[in-house]
Design a protein around this ligand. Structure first.
Ligand SMILES: Cc1cc2nc3c(=O)[nH]c(=O)nc-3n(C[C@H](O)[C@H](O)[C@H](O)COP(=O)(O)O)c2cc1C
Length: 262
């Protein structure tokens, strides 16, 4: 599958088939993709606990909770608990050395000396602030995005869920305090049409991207828009005809109660 089409046709899939197990190899491919994402200083703070309902103990499954459309956790055969391990930042010097030694960072005969005498002390002086929420979350988001696209490429549906119960989940899964739970990602085979009612709304392009300064909308070429539509990256906007009927059918078929918002 082409990358553009995967970006365009992937949706957050909230209705997963609870009876269809996910092959462990497919989950591994998602994790392999996450591991390859870029990270400041190559620190690689993104980590995950994969909860496979088929084999996980009851108390581990019960520990997973999210308040918005939380029914998704009940439906999903797999939930990935993505977290950031702040202790990875403590090994930052070694990660920088690896980058220099493999030829990715720096040039010239004195690059190793400059690293030891200047760059590493510079990072060491701000190590604690680098553990605070911020840049690390950006890196982790990149890894989760890689995994999400590889899930889609393999015919899986996923949805990231934010949760205020991060500390509780961390403790219930036995993670140390230096780990920060980021989000839960449900994984399974879609019970809904993979189009999931069409491409979800996005803010206007010119409103969110600027050229050479704030407030100056980045020009959007119609020719590029047409090209991306032809490639399957820009697709028909939601809701597609029949979506409300599909939602009603899904609610009945999956035995879901209420309005599905929480
Ligand atoms: C970090 C993150 C947290 C999210 N949290 C929730 C959530 O708690 N509940 C939910 O139903 N969807 C959640 N979503 C899904 C978004 O609402 C989704 O991106 C939005 O519906 C746009 O749809 P799309 O992903 O299909 O393009 C989350 C997405 C991300 C990336």
């Amino acid at each position: 599958m082409e990358l553009r089409e995967a970006i365009g046709r992937r949706r957050s899939i909230r209705f997963l088939d609870p009876g269809r197990q996910v092959e462990v190899e497919k989950v591994q491919r998602m994790l392999e993709a996450a591991r390859l994402a870029s990270h400041w200083g190559n620190v690689q703070s993104l980590r995950a606990v994969v909860v496979m309902k088929e084999t996980a103990p009851r108390e581990v499954i019960d520990a997973l909770q999210a308040p918005v459309a939380g029914y998704q956790i009940k439906l999903a055969p797999v939930v990935i608990v993505w977290y950031l391990d702040t202790s990875a930042v403590d090994e930052q010097s070694d990660r920088l050395r690896e980058l220099v030694d493999c030829g990715a960072l720096g040039y010239g005969d004195d690059k190793r000396a400059a690293l030891e005498e200047t760059l590493i002390p510079m990072f060491n002086s701000i190590l604690d602030s680098l553990k605070s929420p911020g840049l690390g979350e950006v890196d982790c988001g990149q890894g989760i995005a890689h995994a999400t696209l590889v899930a889609y490429e393999q015919g899986l549906g996923t949805c990231c869920l934010g949760t205020p119960y991060t500390d509780q989940i961390r403790q219930n899964l036995g993670m140390p305090e230096h780990c920060r739970v980021l989000c839960l990602q449900t994984v399974g085979y879609p019970a809904e049409d993979p189009e999931a009612g069409g491409q979800r709304p996005r803010r206007p392009f010119e409103e969110i991207f600027h050229l050479n300064g704030y407030g100056n909308g980045f020009p959007r070429s119609q020719a590029v828009v047409d090209e991306l539509a032809a490639d399957g990256m820009l697709t028909a906007p939601a809701p597609l005809p029949g979506r409300e009927d599909e939602l009603k059918t899904l609610q009945e078929r999956l035995g879901l109660k209420g309005h599905g918002l929480f």
